[in-house]
Write a protein that binds this ligand. Structure first.
Ligand SMILES: [Zn+2]
Length: 469
């Protein structure tokens, strides 16, 4: 018995049942297109998993499409190129710009990790290790980028058309639409990338999509809604007011992309009512400073309220007394002042970066305040602090934690369950959906909502599992 084979195969190879390492292979019309090529982050097997094979020969890929520049979506591109991929990498214009900052930083981190590991191994009489990839591989990768505008349609391969739409997640983040000419009628695959929350400032909201034969969708927060954003912002105002009365410094560990810019934005909006002229605001992160400059080169991507701020003031990022610190010496000088500073520094989970130096100098002071504005993964210093650790170890030194700790839950760059379900609800005919980029409890909860509300046919992608449509 013969049956016409469905013509498109989707193989979810990463971020299937976990939130990092996004990588999906689409095979259609005799071509192979890779969606995202992200790094696995976290867990003790992280290094080995990132260095492992791709599960296909990179030289046999015809095109790569990336949804956005977070490292868990693009971090392994240089490895893909080093191992033989020589075709185009399609991305939005802003993602292409941001990819340079992100991948150069990743190469520097990889070099530092390898050097540290090599020293340990050499003392044991073992051979040194090589970094995951080099700056040279990053340069080779950046040369392959082919930037596109949102809304533009481009035939990237014969019979395969690509379009990006706003995902509202970070600068340049896109929903990916692939349209395949398969003889009779077009078939459409929509990949959500990471979907942002509708209430977030600066960037436009995620674009409602209407047509798809298959939806490949993230589910990071598929099991919950975030706290109300405006309430969270009011809480930040109260914390800063009380902190001024305490008379110490305020430390805010923040990721360089998205969160740092949003914090600057809220401080600009509330400059007067929060009495911020009494503080020195410091962005102590060369990377966040570069990213903030990049945001300002892409104001065409901002939402209406932020564009109005650009026209009429206050400027969303250039606070009247903001200091962007790049130099290490200047960063160290900040530590000599015990009061009057709001310091934003990375890393967001305190497992690296300049924030660790500031924590060392401020954690023990009871008039200082630490404000956590993002997710703190298990095993990080940030998580220890959020969980109420009385002592922590920094640079081999035991430090008593007496600073006040605050956790602000409502500033996520991801849509919660309601937002994800609402975005899916715009598709006509509620097409089959494959859930990725979420741990199992989150995926299962979202699957239930989509099944009950829309009678959607939902698949939870398994690593290496194939879906045909
Ligand atoms: Zn992301």
């Amino acid at each position: 018995m013969s049956r016409k084979e469905p013509s498109i195969r989707l193989r979810c190879m990463g971020a299937a049942g976990e939130v990092t390492g996004s990588r999906h292979l689409v095979e259609a019309l005799g071509r192979r297109v890779l969606l995202d090529c992200g790094m696995v982050q976290g867990g003790h097997t992280e290094t080995a998993r990132n260095a492992a094979g791709f599960g296909f020969d990179p030289a046999e890929l015809d095109a790569v499409v990336v949804s956005h520049a977070h490292i868990d979506h693009i971090g392994r591109l240089p490895l893909l190129v080093a191992r033989g991929y020589s075709g185009p990498i399609h991305a939005t214009r802003a993602t292409a710009d941001l990819a340079r900052i992100m991948l150069e930083d990743a190469a520097r981190l990889a070099a530092a990790d390898a050097e540290r590991e090599s020293r340990v191994r050499q003392r044991r009489g073992e051979a040194p290790v090589q970094p995951l990839y080099l700056l040279r591989d990053v340069q080779d990768t950046l040369r392959r980028l082919q930037p596109m505008d949102y809304g533009e349609r481009r035939e990237i391969l014969p019979g395969i058309q690509l379009r990006f739409e706003d995902a509202g997640h970070i600068l340049g983040a896109a929903i990916v639409e692939l349209r395949f000419r398969t003889g009779g009628r077009d078939k459409v695959l929509v990949f959500s990338g990471d979907i942002g929350p509708a209430a977030a400032p600066i960037l436009r909201d995620p674009t409602p999509m209407h047509e798809a034969d298959l939806v490949l969708m993230e589910s990071t927060y598929g099991d919950r809604d975030h706290r109300d954003r405006n309430e969270t912002v009011r809480e930040l105002g109260t914390i800063l007011a009380n902190a001024h009365a305490d008379g110490g410094n305020v430390l805010i560990p923040a990721f360089a992309v998205g969160r740092s810019q949003e914090l600057l934005y809220w401080m600009a909006r509330h400059w007067h009512d929060w009495g911020l002229e009494r503080w020195q605001v410091i962005l102590d992160s060369p990377m966040a400073t570069r990213v903030t400059e990049l945001y300002q080169r892409h104001t065409e991507l901002f939402d209406e309220p932020t564009r109005r701020m650009l026209e009429r003031g206050p400027h969303p990022f250039r606070l009247p007394n903001l200091r962007c610190v790049v130099d290490v010496q200047d960063s160290m000088a900040i530590n000599r002042r015990a009061s009057g500073q709001i310091i934003l520094a990375g890393s967001g989970m305190c497992n690296g970066g300049r924030i660790r130096h500031h924590l060392r100098h401020n954690l023990w002071r009871e008039n200082c305040d630490i404000v956590f504005v993002g997710f703190q993964a298990r095993g990080t210093l940030g998580r220890q602090l959020v969980d109420g650790a009385e002592f922590v170890t920094l640079f081999g030194e035991k430090i008593r934690v007496r600073a006040r700790r605050h956790t602000l839950g409502g500033l996520s760059a991801h849509a919660g369950q309601s937002g994800l379900a609402a975005w899916y609800g715009h598709f006509h005919g509620h097409p089959p959906v494959v859930l990725v980029h979420g741990e199992d409890p989150a995926r299962k909860a979202l699957a239930e909502v989509l099944q009950q509300r829309y009678r959607a046919r939902v698949t939870l992608a398994r690593a290496g599992g194939v879906i045909r449509f």
